[in-house]
Design a protein around this ligand. Sequence first.
Ligand SMILES: Nc1ncnc2c1ncn2[C@@H]1O[C@H](COP(=O)(O)OP(=O)(O)OP(=O)(O)O)[C@@H](O)[C@H]1O
Ligand SMILES: [Mg+2]
Length: 445
Amino acid sequence: MSTPRVLVVDDEVDIRKLIEITLARMGVETDAAENVECARERLADEQFDLCLTDMRMPDGTGTDLVRHIQTHHPTLPVAVITAYGNTDDAVECMKLGAFDFVSKPVDIHMLRKLVESALSLESPASPRTPQPAQTALVGETAGIRQLRKTIEKLGRSQAPVYITGESGTGKELVAREIHSQGTRRHGPFVPVNCGAIPSELMESELFGHLRGSFTGATQDKEGLFQAADGGTLFLDEVADLPLHMQVKLLRAIQERSIRPVGAKAETPVDVRIVSATHHDLAERVREGVFRQDLFYRLNVIQVTVPPLRERMADIPRLANSLLAGIAERYGLSQPPTLTPDAVERLQGHSFPGNVRELDNVLERAVALTDNDRITADDLQVDPAPPASMNAGDDADGLRNELEDLERQRILEALQATRFNKTKAAERLGMSFRQLRYRTKKLGID
Ligand SMILES: Nc1ncnc2c1ncn2[C@@H]1O[C@H](COP(=O)(O)OP(=O)(O)OP(=O)(O)O)[C@@H](O)[C@H]1O
Ligand SMILES: [Mg+2]
């Protein structure tokens, strides 16, 4: 492999020198440009493996250059150098496609890491870059293909990612994929369910604590941030973070360092933040229960996982893959298969609980039949057509009739079980989620 080349764009001679010396020690060749115009020329004339650019230059900004690179040299990784405390610029650049940033004064250690991770990605000969990892994300519909492409592209970025999507669509799976397809795949992936940690323990869980810092703290304890050092921290159900933790999290993200409970000093941590929620965080911000500034930091890159009803063509593939998993859990020698009418039944269901619901439906079917072929009747899902098929007056009339009938049956079941939804759902042969969804939709209180 030839010596990697980096273009350093900065109007300050001292910074250019510092970077040049640091990179030379890593066996990396540098070339310098003192302003945006000059950088554009060099990029047009020569081949580079990485571009590092300052933000403020006499004839333009680093943002301009990032934009230029995205248009004219889209395969070239670019990172920005920002003034201390001015991470808004960094966020802006990462939204535009920069993969990372360093702040001034430039920390040599950080700089080295950044360059290493950028260049290892760009060297196909490197043993650290295996063939694209096997994807766990099943699906060939346009939405899923697009999602896979996005994940691949995000692999080189260190920017925080915010994943949205309805319950059960696969947000956690996507978070894991972002980790395992990226430069941090050799580091840990640490999932945190923000809704499951009691508010008063949250700080110690996330940042760790020193012995004696509070009653019961008999030993030093590492927090989840430290556990994720060099890897990815997945903040699941991030909307559930209490406000006092939101402030602390924001600080940790901005400073890239944390302070364990009871500690005097901060410790630097190298963690990529991926967060997810099925709530509408923007709405939470408007309601005043989620901090705008934290939302802005988390949501540098947004990834949306489409609901299952928008990718019904994937149902057979998904079902087969889920059945293989179920067979393994049940110790079956071979995964059961679906009859054509079973597939049809599934494709006629709207799946408010998305892929998780599909998994549950299949698992229940496997548990309830001795057969290795699952029929439509084994599935116990309602055969109602999806909403999009209800066009025209006739269909509307029919739908109203069906809804009336359904409302009546659900009410009967609820009354018979004294409004115990779990039991009512059981009686009706639907999942709790399904029942909840249906009652809401039918306006049953
Ligand atoms: N495209 C897919 N291919 C294969 N399995 C999938 C896919 N999408 C989701 N799954 C599986 O469906 C289940 C639910 O996915 P996951 O837990 O990631 O959903 P989620 O969006 O995080 O849900 P929630 O909002 O309830 O936390 C998991 O078992 C996951 O492996
Ligand atoms: Mg989840």
